[in-house]
Ligand binder design. Structure first.
Ligand SMILES: [Zn+2]
Length: 430
């Protein structure tokens, strides 16, 4: 697959991207008319091993209602990957927030890595000074805050306070992106060691105020249960149930606030898996330690699809551990920050390496309920809002004409004449 930049469609100035889809019958997918996302809840569940989570969601009579709902309503993979070289907490969270691998394997240049490999508290550490090479590593917080939008960091491990320091008022970079919004990239920081309930309360309270455009939320419990009792233990499953309950609270709070819900997406991943050996996750050569879920849920996100299929440059890795040098990249936790930026309509994080590209998708549907039998509906994903639909009766001729679309920004229905063919394509806005 050809590599593409990760700029959102509205802002791209590259050559036209064309799509031609033969007329096919397909099932009904729901894409809300209003699908502009202006709030992201970026969740990391510490130590949430992907294949174990899948088993819990798929077991008969599953009690994991939150994750089951995300599976039903969102785009999900249980076979994403954490960082290639490190399967430990702080380095992987740094990757989620910067879009950088921990270490760049040769021949990738070291400038793309964040290079912070410590996984315990050093209260004076800064990513810009202790990362390698030394220098500022911009984050999701930088990108969002520099555009004048509100950000929040909600953590359940004290050791991750390095993020609050590195991107806080004393050490955050000057804002050179438009209006000066200052060096403090994180408007709201809350850290409660080992205690996620106050974080959820805070998040829900914020929903009735100036809800942040970008919130990073960390839930620690499965990791602590794994280290205490083993990833194969009932205690681990109970801890995952605890995280499931927290997620259900967030989803219910959004259900109670339909306007906010219609502009909010949740992206969930994990820093690492675990269980080989049973009480740890340190060895990244063991597939169980690097297998994590990646879930994208919310306004306009297709329901019940494999998350890999949303992206033109991501492929399910099967049972493999994939180097960053491999042209076929899996979804990684390091992708989640830039997925968040794309859904917000923002450019990727400055200096980031992990840049998943949303695949353009044009669907042609027939026999939709409520539509005449001789009609055809053309529909495309919400993240292609602003693209132009064109039609052509023959692919032999360059006679493409713009279609005045009948539906919302992302759909069109028209009558078809018996015995004729019609081709459609989407053209990227300039
Ligand atoms: Zn751990």
């Amino acid at each position: 697959m050809k590599r593409r930049s990760f700029l959102p469609p509205r802002k791209e100035s590259r050559a036209l991207r064309l799509l031609i889809t033969p007329l096919v019958a397909a099932g009904l997918m729901t894409v809300p008319a209003e699908a502009r996302i202006s709030h992201i809840i970026h969740v990391s569940v510490d130590g949430l091993r992907g294949d174990f989570l899948r088993a819990l969601v798929e077991e008969r009579g599953s009690q994991y209602f939150g994750f089951s709902r995300l599976q039903r309503e969102g785009a999900v993979t249980y076979n994403a990957r954490c960082d290639y070289s490190h399967s430990i907490t702080i380095p992987n969270h740094t990757s989620m927030l910067t879009g950088r691998p921990v270490i760049a394997e040769a021949p990738l240049p070291p400038e793309i890595q964040h290079g912070y490999t410590t996984n315990y508290t050093i209260i004076t550490d800064l990513l810009q000074e202790q990362g390698s090479p030394v220098g500022y590593k911009a984050s999701t917080f930088d990108r969002v805050h520099d555009r004048g939008l509100r950000t929040a960091l909600l953590l359940s491990k004290e050791k991750m306070s390095i993020f609050a320091r590195s991107w806080g008022p004393d050490h955050g970079a000057p804002d050179t992106d438009g209006e000066d919004n200052g060096r403090n990239k994180i408007d709201l920081t809350a850290i409660h060691e080992g205690n996620t309930a106050p974080l959820i309360n805070r998040l829900v309270t914020e929903m009735d105020g100036n809800f942040p455009a970008y919130t990073f939320l960390h839930l620690c419990d499965p990791d602590y249960a794994g280290h205490g009792s083993g990833w194969s233990s009932q205690n681990w499953r109970t801890a995952v149930k605890g995280a499931d309950t927290q997620l259900s609270l967030i989803l219910a709070a959004l259900d109670d606030r339909p306007v906010l819900k219609a502009s909010t997406a949740l992206i969930l991943s994990a820093d690492h898996g675990g269980g080989v050996p049973d009480y740890t996750h340190l060895d990244p050569e063991k597939i169980e330690n690097i297998t994590i879920p990646l879930i994208i849920w919310g306004a306009g996100i297709p329901a019940g699809v494999d998350a890999h299929t949303l992206f033109s440059n991501r492929t399910d890795p099967g049972p493999e551990r994939i180097s960053n040098t491999n042209p076929d990249q899996p979804l990684r936790n390091g992708d989640t920050g830039n997925i968040a930026m794309a859904l917000l309509g923002l450019p990727p994080v400055e200096g980031s390496f992990h840049r998943p590209v949303f695949a353009p998708g044009l669907e042609i549907l027939r026999y939709l309920p409520g539509q005449p039998a001789n009609s055809v509906t053309v529909r495309w994903p919400f993240y292609l809002t602003g693209w132009r639909l064109q039609r052509n009766a023959s692919l032999d001729r360059e006679t493409w004409e713009d279609v005045r679309i009948s539906g919302d920004e992302c759909s069109h229905t028209e009558q078809t004449l018996p015995g004729t063919r019609q081709f459609f394509r989407l053209v990227q806005p300039n």
